[in-house]
Design a protein around this ligand. Structure first.
Ligand code: MRU
Length: 350
């Protein structure tokens, strides 16, 4: 399979009656099941329970969720002003699902712009959602080309979490350069961090790589440093959930450990992210809200408890990597290197 064919988000049918289809990422890789969302509440649930996850993907999904609210308001023959209010209310509901990835709020702001302008047709909101979706894919292909230039035949590359097609509109950010390098015939040794506690690496990145035929080796998160010490890793590649104006990067919990270990061993860490991942309103990473997740993700393995009853748990979903540990940020607008406040302003704006 070509990486361009991997998809996890699809709109089906006309704007007035269609629905959103999501590849259920909770049950991958063992089951490939699509979930249909016909209401905004169903879309909000799908983001909250991680049927769909990954920063750009939840932004795109939320935009479709607003289109579904407008579809329902049109079906109820509401006047235009009420339709726009329903779109605003849907955006508020969707914004309350997950706190860290800024792409969610960025995409919802694009939908609110329409509502503020008085747009009241499902077609207008669906067109907006599709534009956000298509732009994301186009940006990812550019990021892939840019990143692949850093990957040479024979290199060892470490990934963390899943920043591939499943986490985006398609193709991926962190995985994009690996897909492009593979298409260019470069033979990479890709090491996939399993990414405790939800195993997005083991379940989703490994799934994508095997679908596309990119050879990989799965490791537990605590094995990466020893591979770096043995000289087996020449580059680390991750995505991001929110990047502050100074270049600090919030990404899946464990990314900071990867960054510290990579820095110690002189291995470059490349972060791949589109414009929609930058939050220029916050000056540095200390202002990023980090999602705290259920203790059950840590205390249970499927149906099995793995620790004594009453164990206290700390389970943040994300951590912040300081800009100085990032070699460069790959964006669809170009590369930010060195990663500084000025660098971000030059490529992304202020
Ligand atoms: O909790 P998740 O699975 O939504 O976290 C996803 C990540 O941390 C990804 O690395 C990030 O969103 C970048 S996806 C292109």
């Amino acid at each position: 399979m070509n990486a361009r064919e991997l998809k996890a988000i699809a709109w089906s049918g006309p704007a007035e009656t269609g629905c959103l289809r999501l590849l259920d990422q909770r049950v991958l890789p063992l089951t490939e099941a699509w979930v249909e969302c016909r209401t905004t509440a169903e879309v909000a649930d799908a983001i909250r329970d991680m049927t769909v996850r990954g920063a750009p993907a939840i932004g795109i999904t939320a935009a479709y969720g607003v289109a579904l609210a407008v579809q329902a308001a049109n079906r109820a023959r509401k006047p235009d002003a009420e339709v726009a209010r329903a779109a605003m209310a849907a955006a508020d509901l969707l914004a309350a699902t997950r706190p860290t990835a800024v792409n969610l709020f960025w995409a919802l702001d694009r939908c609110r712009e329409l509502a503020r302008a008085g747009a009241a047709s499902a077609a207008a909101y669906l067109e907006r959602a599709k534009a956000i979706h298509d732009d994301d894919i186009a940006g990812n292909l550019r990021i892939g080309e840019l990143g692949a230039a850093h990957l040479e035949d024979g290199m060892g590359v470490l990934t963390h979490c899943n920043a591939g097609a499943l986490a985006t509109g398609g193709y991926g950010t962190g995985l994009g350069p690996i897909f492009v390098a593979h298409e260019q015939g470069k033979r990479l040794s890709v090491f996939v961090d399993e990414t405790r506690p939800r195993l997005q690496g083991a379940r989703l990145t490994a799934y994508e790589l095997s679908k596309v035929g990119v050879p990989y080796t799965l490791i537990c998160d605590n094995m990466a440093a020893s591979l770096m010490a043995k000289g087996k890793i020449q580059a680390c590649l991750t995505g991001a959930d929110r990047i502050a104006a100074n270049g600090d990067v919030a990404n899946k919990i464990g990314t900071y450990s990867v960054a510290v270990n990579a820095h110690h061993h002189g291995v470059p860490l490349y972060v791949a992210a589109p414009r929609s991942t930058f939050d220029l309103e916050i000056s540095d990473g200390s202002k990023i809200v980090i999602e705290e997740r259920s203790p059950a993700e840590v205390t249970e393995w499927g149906p099995t408890r793995t620790c004594p009853e009453g164990a206290r748990v700390y389970n943040p979903g994300f951590d912040v990597t300081p800009a100085k540990l990032v070699k460069s940020i790959l964006t669809e607008r170009g590369e930010i290197a060195p990663v500084t406040r000025d660098g971000v302003a030059r490529v992304i704006g202020r």
